[in-house]
Design a protein around this ligand. Sequence first.
Ligand SMILES: *Cc1c(COP(=O)(O)O)cnc(C)c1O
Length: 427
Amino acid sequence: MDLNIKINDKGHLDIGGADAVDIADEFGTALFVIDENRIRDNYNRFYNAFSKYYPDFRVYYACKANTNLAVLKILEEEGCCIDAVSPGEVYTSKKLGFDGDRILFTGNNVTTEELKFVYEQGAVINLDSVSALKRLAEVIDPNGVKISFRVNPMVGAGHHDHCITGGVMSKFGIMESEAVEVYKLARELGFNPVGMHSHIGSGILDPEPFKLAIESTMDIAGKVHQEAGIDFEFVDFGGGVGIPYTPEESIVDIDKFAEENIKLFKEKLEEYDMGNPTMYLEPGRYLVGDASVLLVRVNSVKQSYRKFIGVDAGFNTLLRPAMYDSYHHIVVANRMNDEAVEKVDIAGNVCESGDLFARDRMMPEVEEGDLLAILNAGAYGFTMSSNYNSRPKEAEVLVKDGECFVVRERETFDDLFNKQIIPDHLE
Ligand SMILES: *Cc1c(COP(=O)(O)O)cnc(C)c1O
């Protein structure tokens, strides 16, 4: 089993050297707990694997996975760059000390004002359409401004249909057939188009779709280089490297993954005589997914037509099971060594039938008061959470070598009133 699980000598879940039971007692539940060293390890394992084979390599963290400021700071310290998909992510990264040239903005259906704002923040803009190119040219002086384009490499892959971002059904990127013209147009407008980008999907454990994406993206880049005379400074193959969520899935052998993909990349560079552009990758999930758990308390055990284990969080806290039908492994953090003996449903506290963290899950006998840990909650966990059902958002705690730091305070009921205004006639 490749899941990131450590058990201490009390038989409790260990998170970064701290006891999950103590953490829950001190900070309450539900609670996101982030292991700092795991993020650092994930980053370095990823960076080293690729840079070993191709030193002109940069990691752009796809920060939509987890925008907690402490998480961003950790990655900034490690030398990571940022893949931002909204002006808010650009703004946040800048505030935290990422230089503009370490931020790549890949927007989708962004307004002209947003493009202008992102440009003024100094981020490099990766355009998704001819429309965005023309609109950007109207609001800034395009002379010499470095930009790139997202292309659709006609390869898609991912753990769920919602997460496949290449191919004929995808709203992302420009078509291969228009690529040469778009780069020419960019240059005519005065821009300096120096990059090409693709991102085929998310949660990919199999290296094959990746290789296809590299091949296909490089064929487009090669054509643009030869027919439009563009010298690429970077080629970006997006993110999507998966992590195991189930006990049956295996971790990606990142060294082999890097070796095979870089080999292909170099072959294509040579085939099209493209020199040595920097290679970018944009992992989100891979860097932060297995670094966090969501701790929840069992508050009711109910034998109905099925057996329901009720906990103090719902899909407002962790949306992935409801949204993508995702599997998250769940352990009893205070009795880690107990055998699984029965099948139960683990249900949240939101008033919807779909609010389940697990259906028919083999678990030890769970009692009220037990502490459950929902694993791999670090990516698309807090960032997709909401106040649905008027639930204040949960706190987040960072663990570093056994020491705990609150990195986000728990919201209060009063926070539910934020920014709302009752008009005078209703007072
Ligand atoms: C979401 C996203 C990523 C990261 O995806 P992961 O599966 O978390 O690695 C990378 N690039 C872009 C453009 C994205 O939208």
